[in-house]
Write a protein that binds this ligand. Structure first.
Ligand SMILES: C[S@@+](CC[C@H](N)C(=O)[O-])C[C@H]1O[C@@H](n2cnc3c(N)ncnc32)[C@H](O)[C@@H]1O
Length: 186
């Protein structure tokens, strides 16, 4: 169980739980890419990106909106047009899937993931398709199919920000994907 960091309110803890879980897995040598890191307003990407950037060797956050005064490497760009280069130990894309072409996002993440690296995705139940809210089990199925571009994936549910087993998904879905170590020819 992740500890509530000193100075963080319970509400902030719940909002940043996915980031805290990823932070827990980050090493000081990691090179990290975050897609849709937020613009530093509202709930999106206020605490998460700076916390991670502080711990790792290199962090770059990309968002199509402007992030004023980021304390980390920030690129304002549309990921669908940005010519991504380099390989990353961790690729983070939280609550972004519904705004982009998911197939392209998953392929891009798989291609730029270092051997042994991990990619993290999430989506919430506010996702509307064809006028209907997507259900938790539909999101799980969607991710299960999309993750075919990776060698391995684990699917979890989210309840009030907290990671729970897939069957208990109440507010969203969280996915950790990886490729086999050494499988870097593609
Ligand atoms: C719901 S917010 C999530 C922010 C942050 N990841 C979080 O979990 O708090 C989605 C973010 O994705 C960004 N975004 C959407 N489409 C994008 C694109 N094509 N390229 C880059 N960023 C994009 C939006 O500007 C927004 O900041």
């Amino acid at each position: 169980m992740i500890q509530v960091p000193e100075g963080m309110t319970n509400q902030e803890y719940h909002r940043n739980y996915l980031y805290l879980s990823i932070l827990d897995e980050c090493k000081s040598t990691d090179e990290i890419l975050e897609i849709g890191c937020g613009d530093g307003t509202g709930d999106c990407g206020i605490l998460g990106p700076p916390m991670i950037a502080k711990k790792v060797y290199d962090y770059v956050g990309i968002d199509r909106k402007r992030y004023n005064n980021p304390s980390f490497n920030f690129v304002q760009a549309d990921i669908e047009e940005y010519g991504l280069t380099g390989m990353y130990d961790k690729i983070i894309a939280l609550y972004v899937v519904q705004y982009v072409s998911p197939e392209n996002l998953f392929k891009l993440a798989s291609e730029h993931l270092s051997p042994g690296g991990k990619a993290y995705f999430s989506e919430g139940l506010n996702w509307v398709q064809g006028g209907e809210r997507v259900t938790a089990s539909e999101i799980c199925e969607f991710f299960r199919q999309g993750m075919a571009v990776f060698d391995h994936c684990e699917i979890f549910g989210i309840e009030d920000g907290i990671i729970v087993p897939e069957a208990q998904a109440k507010t969203g879905v969280f996915v950790i994907a990886s490729n086999q170590e050494g499988n870097d020819e593609n």
